[in-house]
Design a binder for this molecule. Structure first.
Ligand code: BGC
Length: 721
């Protein structure tokens, strides 16, 4: 083939390609070249999405071309720019108001379950599963990557997030984002920032000083963004230190785009925009579903006028469009458009099942009540709609299960409902593993009948549920309805009682001392039934460790009273995160000498592990800890080594690294863990740099935040990161 022919082919390819810079050029070069060919109107088209669902309240039909989901931006065919089809997908691809009739999806267990696995590969696999499902359904932008820190156990969205620790949350969410984007589907980390409660979320002002914020919530975002390279970041509803998050120059321009050099775009939450020029100049790049949610379509006429008047520069408008295009190129939306096609549901169920098997947390196991023996003759299985399925959380992240809601008709039936159960029944799964046993079932509605059933069985397994959803928080830590009375009655009837929790986050367990075992199964997801049964019968060793601190009572929290709770969602109010500052969760408990019910990092196993003393070496200023873990029990299992560091002069120990290791009985392995330098550092707000101060650092290998090895001291010299 002669040179001439090759050139001709290249020219033809460039014409057909959406990028005049050619497919091998960098995403930046391709985005710049494309932007140069865009008209002003086309740029404005790119910087706002439409609501992707019909909206009767505002007289809006589903936009032509939209698949039906949270958002839609029409493509620009003359330039080869594809439409942006945006879907919620924190746990699986959502189908709000059944807008795509009957279109189900696989749901992972709660984000907290994935975080509790302490295994980034589990998070990656979950992200890849969702990304694949989205791509095959035709979506190319996912509102997936939830990671507001758990400062509040009552927060109705905890199940969407990854817990209270910046390193764990940032690592796990970063891995999930990579999983999604490796399928050429753009992911969005959210909600930036400090959207840590739902009560009054549209008005509340989160108050916290810069150092504390940089070392906690913002650090979690920084790590997730660095590791996951998400195409978009979603700014949140609330205010941060007096300014709405979506027009907060400090958050968007200073921290995200300048200090972290983030090249992607900032998309607003649905109804989180309050201005045109201020928001654009502060760093907002795309307004979401404005017609349906904002007071005005700010990035329509008002922004056009602001640009015409020079209040927003042409350069800023260009940058907004450029960032969107750049992310589309970087993730592969231009080169690998979705190919609608069949989904491998069995493979995806296996991913969801593994996530729960790795992330369920065994909280209590008296006299080795668990694992259940397969030779049991009789088991009573009680409560939690176990004959039908497992509980899921509500709101925008809710997934319509394949096969439909297993327990239809529960209230609320409309948003943030319908209350949904994934059709993966624990009862059938228990029956399958205990084929020789008589497995009885009681719904739990009649407490006396349930207790009578329990009294006749060798073992009773009671399931309790707590529905939570976006848009509201729990009033307290109590299990709803008669469930405490149910567990109490069953435990009194049968000393061999196991409780399985399907809850948003911590709940009070007034009956704890009277039950033999407790397994936290979070919201278990599409394969919850078999995963729970495998854990109960020891087909799989429970290896989840709490990604949150489990308080004994609300009075142990920085804010026993939920801010805004008495005034309701609409009230303007503020929340003082300065109380605990950067010391979220376990660090608050340490600092104030409080003893939680279960500490961060805690979780039991069916086998036993022995940890050697940590050895720490520092190379080029970077400490690495090595710990030998031996499985001294009789079963295969996996353990998590948690490295905590006490910075000189600090009263608290911070998680600075972790590693999970699977071991056969008798097997030993050395786990080598690089410590994250920012967890050894302080954030200096004057120089805007992380500083590791010279001094003696105590390094501990932990099984939890409170069960630690003897300290190993290392001397570090001053270093700016
Ligand atoms: C939620 C976001 C979600 C968006 C679109 C908002 O109510 O806060 O997490 O992505 O709706 O559904």
């Amino acid at each position: 083939m002669g040179l001439f022919t090759l050139d001709a082919m290249a020219t033809a390819a460039a014409a057909a390609s959406p990028s005049p810079a050619g497919p091998s050029a960098s995403p930046d070069a391709r985005a710049h070249a494309l932007l140069a060919r865009m008209t002003e109107a086309e740029k404005f088209q790119l910087i706002r999405s439409a609501f992707g669902e019909p909206d009767a309240a505002h007289g809006l039909a589903k936009p032509a071309g939209a698949l039906g989901s949270a958002g839609y931006v029409a493509g620009i065919p003359r330039l080869g720019i594809p439409a942006q089809q945006l879907s919620d997908a924190g746990l699986g691809v959502a189908n709000p108001i059944n807008v795509r009739p009957g279109d189900g999806a696989t749901s992972l267990p709660a984000g907290l379950a994935t975080a509790a696995s302490w295994d980034p590969q589990v998070a990656y696999a979950g992200g890849a599963m969702i990304g694949d499902e989205a791509w095959r359904k035709g979506f190319n932008v996912l509102l997936a990557g939830g990671m507001d820190l758990e400062r509040e156990p009552r927060n109705g969205r905890n199940f969407e997030y990854a817990g209270e620790d910046p390193l764990l949350a940032g690592t796990m969410v970063g891995a999930a984002v990579r999983g999604i984007q490796d399928q050429h589907v753009l992911a969005t980390v959210k909600h930036y920032a400090l959207n840590d409660q739902e009560t009054a979320r549209n008005t509340i002002d989160a108050r916290i000083d810069e150092k504390a914020m940089r070392e906690s919530d913002l650090l979690a975002f920084e790590l997730a963004i660095e590791r996951g390279k998400p195409g978009a970041v979603m700014c949140s509803y609330n205010k941060v230190n007096g300014d709405w998050a979506c027009e907060n120059r400090f958050l968007l321009e200073q921290v995200l785009k300048h200090d972290w050099a983030y090249p992607g775009y900032v998309m607003s939450d649905w109804g989180a925009v309050h201005s045109a020029a201020k928001a654009a100049n502060a760093g907002l790049d795309q307004e979401s579903a404005a017609e349906a949610f904002d007071k005005e379509v700010y990035f329509g006429k008002p922004l056009e006028q602001a640009v015409a008047r020079g209040e927003v520069s042409q350069a800023r408008l260009d940058d907004m469009a450029l960032r969107i295009l750049r992310s589309m190129f970087a993730v592969g939306l231009m080169d690998h458009p979705p190919q609608p096609g069949p989904i491998d549901q069995q493979a995806h169920l296996a991913v969801a099942q593994h996530a729960l098997e790795a992330g369920a947390v065994l909280l209590r196991n008296q006299e080795a009540l668990l694992p259940l023996a397969s030779e049991l003759k009789s088991i009573a299985v009680i409560g939690g709609h176990v004959d039908k399925g497992v509980m899921a959380g509500g709101g925008s992240s809710m997934v319509t299960p394949y096969g439909g809601n297993a327990v239809p008709g529960l209230k609320p039936a409309t948003w943030p409902g319908p209350v949904t159960f994934d059709p993966s029944a624990p009862l059938a799964a228990v029956q399958a593993l205990a084929s020789g046993a008589k497995v009885g079932f009681a719904s739990g509605d009649d407490v006396a009948a349930a207790a009578a059933l329990a009294a006749q069985a060798q073992v009773a397994v009671v399931f309790v549920t707590q529905w939570a959803a976006e848009s509201f928080d729990a009033a307290d830590l109590k299990l709803p309805g008669n469930q405490d009375a149910l567990v109490d009655a069953v435990a009194r009837a049968n000393p061999h009682t196991v409780v399985v929790l399907e809850t948003n986050s911590p709940v009070a367990m007034p009956w704890l001392d009277r039950v033999g075992a407790v397994l936290q199964a979070w919201y278990p997801g599409s394969a919850g039934g078999p995963a729970i049964a495998n854990l109960l019968f020891g087909k799989v060793d429970p290896s989840g460790r709490l990604p949150i601190t489990w308080p004994r009572a609300l009075d142990q929290l920085p804010r026993p009273q939920l801010p805004g709770a008495t005034a309701g969602m609409a009230a303007a109010t503020s929340v003082d995160y300065g109380i605990e500052g950067a010391d979220v969760g376990y660090r608050w408990f340490q600092r104030t000498h409080r003893e939680p019910l279960f500490p961060f990092g805690f979780g039991l196993s069916y086998t036993r592990f022995a940890h050697g003393e940590p050895a720490v070496e520092v190379r080029d200023g970077r400490p690495r800890a090595r710990v030998t873990v031996r499985n001294t029990g009789k079963r295969a299992g996996a353990d998590v080594v948690q490295i905590y560091v006490q910075v000189p002069g600090s009263p608290v120990r911070r998680l600075a690294g972790f590693g999970k290791v699977a071991l056969a009985p008798g097997q030993a392995r050395e786990v080598s863990i690089e410590l994250e330098p920012r967890l050894l550092a302080d954030f200096d707000t004057v120089t805007r740099r992380w500083v590791i101060h010279a001094g003696r650092y105590a390094v501990y290998a932990g099984r939890s935040a409170t069960e630690l090895s003897a300290p190993h001291y290392v001397q570090l010299s001053e270093r700016r990161l």
